[in-house]
Design a binder for this molecule. Structure first.
Ligand code: DGJ
Length: 379
């Protein structure tokens, strides 16, 4: 009797092992296509936790960096996660690229908020540079800082360098000499959204307020141009105005050269790419975690002039970006581009979903992004 039971247990164990391996393989193979908004698992079958992210292409691999979000709550408990892939649909979990600090008082202390991490490679220094939006522990979204971290390898671990507001004591290139001199009477602008307040915002009310300590920096992305110069693009001035700031040669600081675009336009979630020498930028409006109608801009130079266009989306839900919010555009060889967005789930940010779609161009050369239930990137 004992023998039979023992054999049954062995058979059952072996069976479970075989089924387990098959399931594991099935998980590994499951991501044969990109299926926007569905659950995306890594090659271990774990949910991919890399939100508000971006992709670094390096050494024949793609590295996806994103916010590691908790199942409940909003604060960062882990840090920035990193996954790698050779085909953009099978993702291997690498590690925590930048970990929160356990040290009380650290700027990146566990419980801070790390958002929208992006990594670029600096050919001159051979270092990988990670920038992210940082909010200090317990301060909500008031700090509005940019954080920078570096590593000698793409996957890290990255060493936190510092955080900062942008370009203290320096005016943006395109703020007029008159507006630089304005002495704002703040008692007149306590109420937001009045026509007077809006004009004051356009004329640099918040630039002036933040001049000494540096400009606010929340939602952000990075862009490396063909000449190797890199730019930090971020929602500034209480999320009312986007700014574009040039980075230093080592990509770890700002040079002091920056512009404002669409003052008072209330743009978040910038994602930028360059196609046929035109710079294109897709952004969202500011409605927290809820989706809204995207915006699109183009310019012949990173320094502008920037022109607004209708949003590029086509298909069900296009008016609200298919339920998502832009985070990055991945540029691939042969003029191919992938638009990446997050579908936020504020009740459980960890399980926020992803939308990745290919970018096409219409006859006039403007980007068009059509909904697809599933698709496969072709290289
Ligand atoms: C919208 C931003 O785009 C997100 O990155 C995040 O900061 C949320 N707001 C917070 O409400």
């Amino acid at each position: 009797m004992m023998n039979i039971n023992f054999r049954m247990v062995v058979v059952w164990l072996l069976g479970s092992f075989v089924i387990g391996v098959q399931a594991h393989e099935r998980f590994g193979e499951r991501q044969v296509e990109i299926v926007p908004t569905k659950m995306w698992n890594d090659m271990n079958g774990e949910y991919i936790n890399a939100h508000g992210g971006g992709i670094l292409t390096y050494g024949g691999k793609y590295y996806w960096f994103g916010e590691h979000r908790p199942a409940t709550g909003f604060a960062t408990e882990v840090g920035v996660s990193c996954y790698s892939s050779t085909d953009l649909h099978n993702w291997k979990y690498e590690n925590v690229a930048l970990a929160v600090s356990q040290e009380a008082g650290s700027e990146i202390e566990k419980g801070c908020i790390m958002e929208r991490p992006k990594v670029i490679y600096n050919k001159k220094t051979g270092k990988f540079v990670l920038w992210f939006h940082l909010e200090l522990k317990g301060k909500g979204y008031e700090a509005a800082r940019a954080g920078v971290a570096v590593s000698d390898t793409p996957t890290g671990p990255y060493r936190f360098v510092r955080s900062m507001r942008v370009n203290p004591k320096i005016y943006p290139l395109n703020l007029s000499p008159e507006n630089r001199k304005t002495q704002w009477d703040w008692s007149k602008y306590k109420e937001w959204w009045t026509p007077e307040w809006h004009k004051a915002v356009v004329d640099g009310l918040f630039v002036q307020r933040d001049l000494k300590g540096g400009q606010m920096s929340r939602d952000m992305t990075l862009f490396v141009d063909d000449d190797g110069k890199a730019y930090h693009i971020y929602s500034s001035e209480e999320n009312l105005t986007l700014q574009i700031a040039e980075l230093t040669d080592n990509y770890q600081d700002h040079t002091g050269k920056y512009i404002r675009i669409f003052p008072g336009g209330h743009n978040e979630a910038p994602a930028i790419f360059k196609h046929n020498n035109i710079y294109w930028m897709i952004t969202s409006g500011c409605t927290g975690w809820a989706p809204n109608e995207a915006r699109m801009f183009s310019a012949p130079s990173i320094w502008g002039p920037w022109t607004q266009h209708p949003h590029p989306f086509i298909g069900p839900g296009a008016e609200k970006t298919f339920g998502g919010q832009s985070t990055y555009v991945l540029s691939l060889p042969e003029n191919k581009y992938i638009f990446m967005a997050d579908v936020w789930k504020p009740d459980s940010l960890m399980y926020s979903r992803y939308i990745w779609l290919p970018i096409d161009f219409d006859k006039a050369g403007s980007p068009v992004i059509e909904w697809k239930n599933s698709w496969k990137p072709v290289f």
